[in-house]
Design a protein. Structure first.
Length: 495
């Protein structure tokens, strides 16, 4: 094998072996983009073949098939067979099979002793049915974001070798800078499968002024770097691309129906194309050099968010930092990828944990208040939840803050010093202690939703992955609670 494993990959290999030694046959390896999960799979495959075993590698997308074949053959592994359409490498007799998840659902399953499932958080039905039908096979899931609801029902163990924050701090991954805006008011956009509907979101985000701002900001701050842009839908992607093209910037669009992707990627890697605009197609499996990311689509999904940002965190000898331009306010809404990554310490079963989080989110929905119309010369106070001004008819295309709506400019966002999970647990435990004190001393019932909201005010995230251990609240915590109560009273017009 030509590839020399990195210390991190050796650590992952040893931990996988230890987990399998305990009898686990459904193991998820969480490793950030750029750590080399495919090369690790190739290393394990080589050792498995030496023992006469057969290996299957399941890729989530057709575009990743040839990429995975190349990675395996580069390491002088035997020629793999491919299960995907009428692929020229189709050969069921090969000891290594590389298959798409979609093809697995339409053909007989290959004989295998070990199965790698790339991007296992996608939870493909054909893979889950295979896992259930053949309990003796070892399945190894690979993902940077194994946070999908219900994964804990199918997978037994989670191995997280290094956090995203640690990878950035030690130089395994590139650091980044963010320029962003306040999160737009997307309350009127309907949801589908936990995220915003493409058409409605595209209509909202496609204002000509917004697109022009995207181009202007890149020209001023993008340093002419190799760039990928995430758009809402095909219409939005073409609109962005047209604006860049009119500004003289070499740009191409990739959608689900783009057939000449390899040619586009080649032109991009040769720097003939400066920007690729995508509609979700580059969220995963895109390994080319990226200096800059334009985030022009709003997401509720933490998985899509972290996967997308991960495209820009791969290191390169000529790269110092990745520039991220967040035109959708996603960093403001979801937080920084490192913070999101640290929220998930175990696989989610889809039961108690998710139910408790949703309960808190329902209970702490902020009260909607009237807001002034941002249209110049109007100043009418719009009723809560009304997007279009009933007086002048003005309907802001991007948010409801007048400064943001007029300038559409981005400001550099600063990362705050990370708070350890231990400190977060202490604060949550003190909130639980205050909750109990209020009940015993004042006969007041403070719901979990209320203290969850206080926690979120301080740490900008919900109290996920913490225990309900009770601790006597410190003076600092009591002062913070009091400040939140005062702020809430003022918001209701009370003194």
């Amino acid at each position: 094998m030509l590839f020399t494993p990195k210390p991190l990959q050796i650590e992952a290999y040893n931990k996988l072996g230890a987990s399998a030694g305990k009898g686990n046959k459904r193991i998820v390896l969480q490793a950030s983009t750029g750590v080399g999960k495919t090369f690790l799979a190739a290393m394990i495959t080589e050792k498995a073949l030496a023992k006469g075993k057969r290996v299957t590698f399941v890729a989530p997308y057709t575009t990743l098939i040839n990429q995975t074949v190349s990675r395996f053959t580069e390491q002088e592994l035997p020629q793999p067979g491919v299960m995907q359409g009428q692929h020229e490498l189709t050969d069921a007799n090969c000891s290594i099979q590389i298959a798409t998840a979609q093809t697995l659902g339409r053909r007989d399953r290959p004989i295998a002793d070990i199965v790698f499932v790339d991007e296992c958080h996608l939870m493909y039905k054909a893979v889950l049915e295979w896992m259930e039908a053949e309990p003796g096979i070892i399945f190894i899931g690979l993902s940077a974001t194994p946070w999908a609801k219900g994964m804990g029902k199918y997978w037994q163990d989670l191995i997280k070798i290094k956090s995203l924050r640690e990878c950035i701090e030690d130089g395994t991954l590139s650091d980044y800078e963010v320029m962003g805006v306040e999160c737009p008011d997307l309350s009127s956009i309907p949801l589908s499968k936990g995220d915003y509907k493409e058409k409605e979101l595209g209509d909202f985000m496609s204002g000509a002024k917004l697109v022009g701002n995207i181009v202007q900001n890149w020209l001023e701050n993008g340093k002419n770097g190799q760039t990928i842009a995430f758009a809402v839908n095909v219409l939005h992607a073409n609109e962005i691309a047209n604006k860049f093209s009119n500004a003289g910037v070499p740009v191409e669009v990739i959608t689900a129906r783009t057939k000449n992707r390899d040619e586009i990627f080649t032109r991009y890697e040769q720097r003939q194309t400066r920007i690729i605009v995508s509609v979700g197609c580059l969220i995963a499996g895109f390994d080319s050099y990226v200096d800059c990311i334009i985030w022009a689509s709003a997401y509720k999904s933490a998985i899509k968010f972290v996967q997308g940002i991960g495209r820009g965190l791969r290191n390169h000898p000529d790269k110092k930092i990745c520039y991220i331009f967040d035109h959708a306010g996603t960093f403001t809404k979801l937080g920084y990828p490192e913070d999101v990554d640290e929220l998930y310490e175990e696989l989610c079963s889809g039961e108690k944990q998710e139910v408790e989080i949703k309960k808190i989110e329902r209970e702490v929905k902020a009260e909607k208040l009237p807001k002034l119309c941002p249209s110049p010369g109007c100043g009418h106070k719009k009723p809560a939840g009304i997007h279009e001004c009933p007086k002048c008819g003005f309907s802001p295309r991007f948010g409801i803050d007048s400064d943001v709506d007029e300038s559409r400019g981005l400001k550099k966002l600063k990362k705050e010093k990370p708070v350890s999970k231990e400190d977060k647990q202490i604060f949550w435990s003190e909130l639980k202690g205050w909750q109990k004190q209020e009940l015993i001393l004042k006969d007041k019932v403070r719901k979990d939703g209320q203290i969850g909201n206080i926690y979120r005010d301080k740490h900008k995230v919900w109290p996920r992955g913490l225990t309900d251990q009770i601790r006597t609240p410190s003076p600092e915590t009591l002062n913070f609670i009091k400040s939140r109560q005062i702020a809430y009273a003022k918001s209701r017009g009370n003194k």
